[in-house]
Design a protein around this ligand. Structure first.
Ligand SMILES: [Fe+2]
Length: 490
């Protein structure tokens, strides 16, 4: 039975904004199109997928319909609507004057957690609400999208994932997202600083903030995020102190992450995809130079991280452990420097549990270290090399060239096709707990690239006579290779 349309009084006006006569009786909610669809995996990606989207105004009875054949959709699965009211703190970009405000914006985010899905299965889906069902008459093919659940771990073969951080909005952000789409990964890790709606990112209420930037962000990424799950980390630009929950009220309205460290552990979660255990950390918790959320978990994240790393390493079906967070544990880029808090609190755990890769953004460049243990390189690992984390230690990668303005290194770039002498110690800028900056010498910065890029990782499970491998590549926005490294576990 078809539903009664809803109507708005506005449509009784005799003319519209262009002087054209308005049609009386147009069902208003049917004019509201969902936009900004973005997917996420649950902690079990073989059975759980989150469908999220936005609508321009409040709607009734939002839903998802899914099916395993194109065009054949099942019953409506209700969605949760999370309205988010923001007061902009807007100022002219680049201006130093105080923000002018307020302008109130209400955004309507919708989320449905799908579970009990079939593993290794392609699902087609549409999203709608009362008065708008894309699966009904007059449907538009562009409103259909699909996703694929992960295989169960013991049945899976090779797969790939991509990662970048610090994307923002604009043509470079589109280019890196398009490159990720062309690589057709199983999932994409967003390493934080997503939209830059908070353009200052200090986590203080004096920051400049325009929530409408998020609308552009989700539209910009929809062509890939509507079919490839994006798993975000929270960066300092996700701090929106006007919202509650340590400034993460906006994140919680816009995303549904696994957040399974404890109830409400925003941006702190673990999950697995086949033979890879993944841990997402909130670097704001250990950040000395942006201390708005310093130690906001009161040590809880650290204790959870140790338990989680121990659990993954005790699981014989997990080969690789990949940790991702926004802030850089190790980096020689002076833009945001390296995070001493991560070095002090978490690097010893990465050593102890032989974490294979630690991925971050924050510095808007690409940088890869030699394998590190106890803060020191264990050996040089130039592009094309193979590292064994058990023997060599952990490799740290900064992949912050996702689209926002690129930073500069103090040292010369060195990457595939542009190798430069790389034997001299390089300075690393760190921020002490008292806020004072200090520069120390390091000798582990192996690959540096100043430009837009993403990380692409191909994972091949172990087979009789063959070790499990991760082929790690860094690609520029036009697809050129700037770094390649194999991580092998036997
Ligand atoms: Fe950042």
């Amino acid at each position: 039975m078809s539903e009664p349309p809803s109507y708005v009084p506005l449509l009784t006006l005799p003319v519209g904004p262009l002087g054209l006569p308005r049609q009386a009786g147009v069902p208003a909610r049917s004019l509201l199109r969902p936009f900004g669809r973005h997917l996420g995996y649950g902690a079990d990606p073989s059975r759980q997928v989150v469908v999220s989207w936005q609508v321009p105004d409040a709607v009734a009875d939002p839903f998802v319909r899914i099916g395993t054949r194109p065009g054949e959709f099942g019953a409506r699965i209700p969605a949760e609507m999370r309205p988010l009211v923001s007061r902009s703190a807007w100022r002219q970009p680049g201006a130093d004057d105080d923000p002018v405000s307020p302008r109130t914006t209400t955004q309507y985010y919708l989320h449905t957690v799908l579970d009990q899905l079939l593993p290794d299965t392609t699902y087609y889906y549409v999203v709608g609400h009362r008065g708008h069902d894309p699966a009904g008459a007059g449907r538009l093919p562009g409103e259909f999208a699909s996703f694929r659940t992960a295989p169960v771990p013991e049945r899976g073969g090779a797969f790939s994932f991509t990662a970048f951080g610090d994307q923002g909005i604009g043509h470079n952000a589109v280019a890196t997202a398009n490159l990720a789409a062309a690589l057709d990964p199983a999932f994409h890790l967003h390493l934080g600083d997503l939209s830059y709606a908070n353009s200052i990112g200090s986590g203080e209420t004096s920051d400049a903030y325009d929530p409408r930037i998020w609308d552009i962000f989700f539209v910009q990424n929809e062509s890939i995020a509507a079919r490839i799950p994006w798993m975000p980390a929270v960066g300092n630009h996700e701090l929106e102190p006007w919202h509650g929950e340590h400034g993460y009220g906006g994140v919680r309205a816009r995303f549904t992450m696994p957040d399974n460290a404890w109830p409400g552990s925003t941006g702190i979660y673990s999950w697995r995809y086949q033979n890879v255990g993944l841990i997402c950390l909130d670097g704001n918790d250990v950040c000395y130079n942006t201390p708005a959320n310093l130690d906001h978990t009161e040590g809880r994240q650290h204790r959870w991280l140790e338990r989680r790393l121990s659990g993954f390493r005790a699981d014989p079906t997990i080969d690789f452990v990949v940790v991702y967070l926004h802030q850089c544990t190790y980096s020689t880029c002076p833009g945001n420097g390296a995070e001493l808090g991560a070095q002090e609190h978490w690097a010893p755990l990465f050593d102890r549990y032989q974490v294979d890769l630690v991925l971050s953004g924050h510095n808007h460049v690409y940088e890869r270290t030699d394998p590190i243990r106890a803060g020191l390189a264990t050996r040089p690992a130039p592009s094309g090399d193979t590292v064994d984390p058990v023997r060599d230690g952990t490799t740290y990668i900064v992949a912050g060239g996702g689209g926002d303005e690129i930073y500069a290194f103090a040292a010369t770039d060195s990457h595939l096709g542009h190798e430069s002498p790389n034997d001299e110690p390089l300075p690393m800028v760190i921020c002490r707990p008292d806020g004072q900056e200090e520069t120390v010498e390091t000798a582990w910065s192996r690959v540096r690239y100043t430009g837009y890029c993403l990380l692409a990782v191909e994972v091949t499970p172990a087979a009789p006579g063959r070790a499990a491998r991760m082929e790690v590549r860094s690609l520029t926005e036009d697809g050129a290779l700037v770094d390649a490294l194999t991580v092998r576990r036997s």
